[in-house]
Design a protein around this ligand. Sequence first.
Ligand code: AMP
Ligand code: MN
Ligand code: MN
Ligand code: MN
Length: 283
Amino acid sequence: MIEKYDLHCHSTASDGVLSPTTLVQRAHEQGVTVLALTDHDTTAGYEEAEIAASKANITLLAGIELSASWQGKTFHIVGLGINPDYAPLHDATRHLQVIRLERAEQIAAKLEKKRIPGALDAVMKSAGDSMITRTHFADFLVSQNHVSSQQEAFDRYLAKGKPAYVATVWAELDLAVNWITQSGGIAVLAHPLRYKLTANWMKRVLTAFTQAGGQGIEVVTGRCNADEIKLAAKYANDFELTGSVGSDFHSPANPWVELGRLAPLPANIKPVWELFGQKALSI
Ligand code: AMP
Ligand code: MN
Ligand code: MN
Ligand code: MN
């Protein structure tokens, strides 16, 4: 059987629009056979997703997208095939939830200074028990007609350098990689080109990442062109990393990104799923 992989997506446990169940059903409808649920800093959606996955006969990997800091910059580390019950990983998610709440308070205070009150109450309500993300703030700004799209919310308020941006210290990069690998998972550097780093910085972070035990890099993401795939593939080859594929799906409203709609991995890249069978060995 030819598998169709999507190893990066979000549910309502973080900033995705679909519940874990609906997300899994949609993945199945799109022909995905192996899915990893990778919510920001939480595995809370996994249990529900697993029930839907066994009904739909789709292979589900427990995953996460950890927010990590290295040299004052933020990186996202996807964990694939993790054990959500591994205590240090679970503790880390709780700590990151506190960091996210504190950041939310600071973002809301900055918005208030821009005469936009009520953000904290609104995002706490919309996030509920889930991780509060900047996406929740973007949706709030859209709902209050301060901006007309999520993108505009980031461009005018939430992105780095904008008035409501708050610099945040996330988990240390090597700790994030360790929680993933120690729980039996594979650590993958998410969307490497989105950090907008120079080749030199890229080299430095990939050195730190591989030294910490990182084994993969996303070579194919939901919105990338042939040149971007080529560049990410070069990083994979230069650092002897396996290649991952993941849409980073958040919402059906985004016509550019769909579950499972991904270019194939270049033939010269070792797929990350070739490591899945060896997972037990690394525990
Ligand atoms: P956070 O981890 O809370 O800082 O939020 C990061 C999330 O915000 C990302 O995973 C994206 O889903 C979303 N995001 C970041 N930048 C943008 C952008 N320019 N436009 C839309 N969404 C964005
Ligand atoms: Mn997101
Ligand atoms: Mn990300
Ligand atoms: Mn993501």
